[in-house]
Design a protein around this ligand. Structure first.
Ligand code: PBG
Length: 328
């Protein structure tokens, strides 16, 4: 009779040693809550994201309060623009009195300690749903778009945003935004760059939520968002964003791209974030509602997996649920 020399199961046999040898932990401090805000006074559920709602500014403040109470460090704001405010030049994006700008001011005046992150991209404001301006052929033009993104980021900083998060994937936008922020004296406004943002089908429910799906129609974002087949390219994108002045980088979506998170963290050793996107949330929710998966367990497992892959923090629609579960 021969015995195994090493028994990996020995350490797994009791809870005390499972705890002692645990390599990664999920904490409330890792969570960032994305929220949708609209112009209406009512709260309107997002059908494809059960549990997620489009909020009025008043309701947004109640959610902000819940986030603060739960110990969640930051929220990301996504405005739902009324169709009549959309245009070809996306000028509502940098309106000082726009919805995003008003929402930032409202949160910062009531909850100054809560980090406010804003999405910098033009898709909520363009009549065609693309993240930038189009030329006559329908191509999203880079440098002209960057100028508008700079105006948008500055308007967010003026309103009090702590972090601007460009999610547009134009070339050179991080450097241009950084330079403009410095010139205007916003030396401590942070940039969280959506560095490796893939042209993913997992954004579907988000586009329903903000109403860009109908504007986009059969259009796609392949000329600026990354090809899901690539990961070396993600490293080049991250390198550029760091060089241009990003404080934090992000990989998006999350679960299907854990390999990219790990490569980015290993290579650059910078604060690395991951976005568990709308489609990932919808999958876990739908399966949970059908009784096919244990929602709570799958939520916590998916979030822990991001930590294991090297993420420093996670943008997730589960943030409030996860914070509650972590308290139990
Ligand atoms: C807009 C933006 C998108 C998401 C975040 N910012 C959608 C897109 O690029 O089409 C997706 C988030 C999600 O699916 O949860 N630039």
């Amino acid at each position: 009779m021969s015995f195994p020399m090493t028994r990996p199961r020995r350490l797994r046999a009791a809870e005390f040693s499972r705890r002692l040898v645990r390599e990664h932990r999920l904490g409330t401090g890792d969570l960032i809550l994305p929220v949708f805000v609209h112009e209406l006074d009512t709260v309107v559920p997002v059908a494809s994201m059960p549990g997620v709602e489009r909020l009025s500014i008043e309701a947004l403040l109640r959610t902000a309060e819940r986030a603060v109470t739960a110990g969640i460090p930051a929220m990301v704001l996504f405005p739902v623009t009324a169709p009549e405010a959309k245009s070809l030049d996306a000028k509502a994006a940098y309106d000082e009195h726009g919805l995003a700008q008003r929402a930032i001011r409202a949160i910062k005046s009531r909850f100054p300690e809560l980090g406010v992150i804003t999405d910098v991209a033009l898709d909520p404001y363009t009549s065609h749903g693309q993240d930038g301006l189009l030329d006559d052929s329908g191509y999203v033009v880079n440098d002209e778009t960057v100028e508008v993104l700079v105006a948008q980021a500055l308007s967010h900083a003026h309103a009090g945003a702590d972090v601007v998060a460009p999610s547009d994937m134009m070339d050179g936008r991080i450097g241009a935004i950084r330079e403009a922020l410095e010139e205007e004296g916003f030396v401590n406004t942070q940039i969280m760059a959506y560095s490796a943002k893939y042209a993913s089908a997992f954004y579907g429910p988000f586009r329903d939520a903000v109403g860009s799906a109908s504007a986009l129609g059969k259009g796609n974002k392949y000329s600026y968002q990354m090809d899901p087949a690539n990961s070396d390219e993600a490293l080049r994108e991250v390198a550029l964003d760091i060089e241009e002045g990003a404080d934090m980088v992000m990989v998006k979506p999350g679960m299907p791209y854990l390999d990219v998170v790990r490569r980015v963290k290993d290579r650059f050793e910078v604060p690395t974030f991951v976005y568990q996107v709308s489609g990932e949330y919808a999958m876990i929710k739908a399966a949970g509602q059908n009784g096919w998966l244990d929602e709570r367990a799958c939520m916590l497992e998916s979030l822990l997996a991001f930590k294991r892959a090297g993420a420093d923090g996670i943008l997730t629609y589960f943030a409030l649920d996860a914070a509650a579960a972590l308290k139990d």
